[in-house]
Design a binder for this molecule. Structure first.
Ligand SMILES: [Zn+2]
Length: 177
């Protein structure tokens, strides 16, 4: 029973960097598609001519590019890591949907809520009174006691793994256990 020392594994840092690059590249590709798309539209349609169509493409492209940049840089911010405890659980029914909510509180009153819709797996995974650690850089939670669990969630990509596994089948990051 402990928190895993694998949290300092370089594969996590690589995963975080790749996610950031991906967001940035995605925005960049959308930007190119918008510029080229509107330019071709201006050339070949009767509805609109260039350079008007190209200008529209450029402004939409700039917007996608900025959104990509923003997503990449906001993901870069490292949140603090803190230790806490599961303080409550609740099942809420709203508009025909069921929400499974787990409430976690840190020593310095940090609050965290895990809210899943129509899926009780995470809800059952956490027990009231359990000690947990919030990993700021991964924005995910690790349980202190995993001795009674058959499953574990990848702290990088949230993929559901078997407790015996050493690394996540989805993203290749080490399982924190
Ligand atoms: Zn993973």
């Amino acid at each position: 029973m402990s928190y895993s020392n694998k949290i300092s594994d370089p594969r996590f840092d690589k995963y975080i960097k790749n996610t950031r690059d991906y967001r940035y590249q995605f925005g960049f590709i959308l930007a190119i598609v918008a510029v080229v798309g509107f330019y071709l539209y201006g050339e070949f349609s009767d509805e609109m001519d260039n350079p008007e169509a190209l200008y529209i493409g450029l402004s939409i492209g700039a917007m996608f590019f900025l959104i990509g940049l923003y997503a990449a840089f906001s993901g870069k911010k490292n949140l603090p890591t803190w230790d806490g405890e599961v303080i409550g659980k609740e099942i809420l029914k709203k508009n025909g949907r069921t929400y499974f909510v787990v409430y976690i509180e840190g020593q310095n009153n940090q609050k965290h809520e895990i809210n899943t819709e129509n899926d009780a797996t995470l809800y059952e995974y956490f027990k009231i009174g359990e000690k947990v650690r919030y990993h700021g850089k991964l924005k995910s939670i690790e349980k202190f006691d995993k001795s009674k669990d058959d499953i574990i969630f990848c702290n990088a990509c949230s993929f559901l793994c078997e407790i015996e596994e050493v690394e996540c089948k989805n993203c290749g990051c080490p399982i924190l256990k």
